[in-house]
Design a protein around this ligand. Structure first.
Ligand code: NAP
Length: 265
């Protein structure tokens, strides 16, 4: 039997175990997925390798720390975060599947970022994933964040053509935008939105990284404005799909993983 796992703190309410175990069941893979709250990223990677664990997902607060304990892919190195470790190699390989979470969630809804004017609201972990993913997919990205200096740091890291500012300039960006990602925690477990509803329009596709609740106020406002909406559970699903495929080399049973995820949200 193979063992996969998640390291983070807290991980108690993680949806990754049922999502991945649904994939093992659907494909008849003899594996289990367990969660750990280790004392540190390096100790966890070393212990997992010693125990013969096949792969690890990594979540808050270890996504950056784990970089120093694996051989990161060029993408993970550029983004500065690892969320998936493949322990079948020595040293373990560190991947970032959060970017695929963004692009595959959009692709599932026939949204193509190539050539689009995109606005990413937020510059934390999810904002980094979204900004790199959209820029790499050919979008012109503007990062808007409550702390404008953090948005500028992210735009500089993504590279030329990426612009940045505070939330005060957000409304002025929306009329020309074709793609909007909320990567702030605003809307999580609350009926709030970081985006003025009157700026939303039918020419927009809106991805909300927040998945609790699945239907956020932003997505309700976006649907009312006629925009295409993509909820955060799709992003969560596809980072897991990409991790499964990285570890096993097999096409993931997306529908089974999606059912397992949504039945728990
Ligand atoms: P994070 O690194 O802590 O970043 C939080 C972001 O939210 C920062 O940009 C922060 O701005 C902004 N923010 C927080 N409170 C705000 C407020 N009251 N007004 C305006 N901006 C505010 O968190 P994260 O890991 O990026 O997660 C952000 C959200 O995305 C969470 O809801 C998380 O659950 C979700 N998420 C979803 C997925 C998925 O797969 N669907 C993956 C990752 C994260 P400052 O920089 O100014 O503090």
């Amino acid at each position: 039997m193979q063992v996969f796992g998640l390291i983070g703190d807290p991980v108690e309410h993680s949806l990754s175990p049922p999502m991945h175990e649904a994939a093992y069941d659907a494909l008849g893979v003899d594996a289990r997925y367990v969660t750990f709250e280790p004392t540190g990223a390096g100790a966890a990677v070393d212990a997992a390798a010693a125990l013969g664990i096949a792969g690890l997902n990594v979540t808050i607060p270890f996504k950056r720390d784990v970089l120093g304990h694996v051989d990161p892919t060029p993408l993970a190195e550029r983004v500065g975060a690892v969320n998936t470790v493949d322990l079948s190699t020595d040293p373990p390989r560190g991947h970032n599947t959060d970017l695929a979470g963004v692009t595959r969630a959009l692709a599932h809804h026939d949204v193509d970022p190539s050539g689009a004017d995109a606005v990413v609201v937020g510059a934390g972990g999810a904002g980094r994933a979204a900004a790199f993913a959209l820029a790499d997919a050919g979008a012109r990205v503007h990062v808007a964040n409550r702390t404008a200096a953090r948005a500028r740091d992210l735009a500089d890291a993504v590279g030329e053509g990426t612009t940045a500012g505070g939330l005060d300039g957000l409304a002025g960006r929306l009329p020309d935008a074709e793609l909007l990602v909320n990567a702030t925690s605003v809307g999580m477990d609350e009926d709030a939105t970081p985006v003025p509803a009157d700026g939303l329009h039918a020419g927009l596709a809106v991805l909300d990284a927040v998945y609790s609740p699945v239907e956020t106020r932003l997505l309700r406002d976006a649907a009312a404005a006629g925009a295409t909406t993509v909820d955060g559970a799709w992003m969560l699903l596809y980072q897991g799909v990409e991790a499964f495929e990285t570890w096993t080399g097999r096409e993931a049973p997306v529908a089974a993983m999606n059912r397992a995820l949504r039945s728990r949200l």
